[in-house]
Design a protein around this ligand. Structure first.
Ligand code: GLN
Length: 195
């Protein structure tokens, strides 16, 4: 099975070891043709800078293909990726894709210098780096992890989002990478059955 990572900008490379340790192949995606490929079972939208990613997705005509992908296969958005997946974005406002019914406030835990790491979701440390805060959760969203009273790992339907970065943790694969790979395997076997 192959998992894609959107590789236009951001923290792409650190995912490779986790995904390989979870036993899957990885493809770095930079074109809409790659997004449309039947070989890719799931997609990671990495952390980075959501405004820049949005501009690049638009420039390379990848937004419609991304929506088509989301209607069929799992996507995991991390930090900036979770901002792209949200329904509504504030501070400042920005276009987003509504793949998960949550609203987020950007840079809500402070600036770069206030970034921090904590043990979470079975990993010894995950990093919050200029992370967004999930400020509203829709009725069909499952909150899988909270931190200080805020949802920080949510899922809905095929998709999941974390406001923190697990790819920098020493355990490989991280519990999150393992769970995402399982999600992709499940989605793939269901879609094969329905064919
Ligand atoms: N602050 C960034 C944004 O608003 C996200 C930071 C991250 O992905 N680590 O896009």
């Amino acid at each position: 099975m192959k998992i894609g990572i959107l590789a236009l900008q951001g923290a792409v490379e650190p995912h490779l070891m986790h995904l390989r340790a979870a036993g899957v192949d990885v493809e770095l995606l930079r074109t809409s043709a790659q997004l449309a490929s039947p070989d890719i079972a799931g997609l990671i939208l990495p952390g980075g800078e959501s405004t820049t990613m949005l501009k690049l997705l638009d420039r390379f005509d990848m937004i419609d293909p991304l929506h088509r992908f989301a209607s069929e296969k799992p996507i995991w958005g991390i930090c900036a990726g979770s901002i792209l997946m949200a329904k509504k974005v504030s501070s400042p406002e920005q276009r987003s894709f509504s793949f998960i019914d949550v609203d987020v406030e950007r840079n809500s835990y402070g600036r770069q210098l206030e970034s921090f790491s904590v043990p979470l979701a079975g990993n010894s440390e995950v990093a919050f780096i200029r992370a967004p805060r999930i400020i509203r959760v829709g009725p069909d969203v499952v909150v899988k992890e909270n931190f200080n009273g805020d949802p920080v790992w949510v899922s809905e339907g095929l998709h999941m989002a974390t406001t923190f970065h697990p790819e920098l943790c020493p355990e490989r694969p991280s519990t999150l990478h393992r769970e995402f790979v399982q999600r992709c395997e499940k989605a793939m076997s269901l879609s094969q059955k329905s064919r």
